[in-house]
Write a protein that binds this ligand. Structure first.
Ligand SMILES: C[S@@+](CC[C@H](N)C(=O)[O-])C[C@H]1O[C@@H](n2cnc3c(N)ncnc32)[C@H](O)[C@@H]1O
Length: 261
């Protein structure tokens, strides 16, 4: 199967599978969404850009929040995801465009808030994108980025050496598997001064962890030649046994960073 966690441009992903993945992950994080809108001061009349908007659920939620005198643009490099976003509905104060976050076509100071949720980890040049986001923000406007730091995956239940191999392979397989810890580097590099970068841990059940992360991580380890199929199967058996005993754990550190221009 294709790797559903690989959203980098040019990855031969199956769009329908990617959309199912985005919907499932969105359900897990739905409650925190409004808090993140409030954290970056998205209010009625705000002009908002959502970079790497995927299927656009956040864009529709923001459109309702900013009201008729505000506006929101959802931007994504994947045409198939933008088509899915449009098919789900475009509010009158919203629009969707296919474009790259590294070279935005908007004039300077066009937005009051820019969002990049789980985008930077997929970019070959995240600093270029953050510089563009800084450029299109009006003075006083805010940038919010959310990224896992995939090197920080914690798994309890599998052999220690194999777990390290799999975590390394997965972190190395993404454009920037260390995206979370590098938020500050990119924000400072782009010229932001007041930066609030908060790490928190999200944990998942075995079923969710396997479907959303561990299956892709195993594939990365096998494809990179660090693990063979028999070692991978033995590791999964260990996790299943731990899950049956109630001792399985999966967690990863996520960084949520907000800065004002
Ligand atoms: C993990 S998804 C997150 C989608 C959405 N932000 C969310 O939280 O549900 C990453 C998104 O970034 C998009 N993407 C990847 N590279 C991009 C680029 N260079 N410019 C704009 N979007 C990009 C992908 O197509 C995908 O929709």
């Amino acid at each position: 199967m294709s790797d559903v966690t690989d959203f980098s441009v040019g990855a031969a992903g199956d769009a329908a599978e990617q959309i199912r993945y985005l919907d499932a992950v969105a359900q897990l994080g739905a409650q925190a969404k409004d808090t993140t809108f409030a954290m970056q001061g998205i209010v009625p009349n705000s002009r908002v850009l959502d970079c790497g908007c995927g299927v656009g659920d956040d864009v529709r939620a923001i459109a309702a929040r900013v009201g008729a005198d505000g506006m929101v643009v959802g931007l994504d490099a994947n045409e198939a995801l933008i088509a899915a976003a449009i098919a789900r509905g475009v509010p009158p104060n919203a629009r969707f465009i296919t474009a790259s976050a590294e070279s935005l076509t908007f004039p300077d100071a066009s937005f009051d808030a820019v969002r990049a949720e789980r985008l930077l980890q997929h970019l070959a040049d995240p600093l270029a994108a953050v510089k563009e986001m800084h450029r299109v923000l009006a003075p006083g406007g805010s940038l919010l980025a959310i990224d896992q730091d995939w090197q920080s995956i914690v798994v309890a239940g599998g052999d220690r050496a194999t777990t390290r191999t799999i975590v390394d392979a997965f972190a190395d397989s993404l454009a920037d598997g260390w995206a979370g810890r590098r938020h500050r580097e990119h924000f400072v590099g782009a010229g932001f001064a007041q930066i609030d970068s908060r790490p928190f841990v999200t944990s998942l059940s075995f079923a969710h962890a396997y479907a959303f992360v561990l299956e892709s991580a195993l594939a990365a380890a096998i494809q990179s030649g660090r693990l063979d199929r028999a070692e991978a199967d033995a590791w999964v058996r260990g996790l299943l046994a731990a899950d049956a005993r109630g001792t399985f754990f999966y967690g990863v550190t996520v960084f949520l960073t907000v800065a004002v221009r």
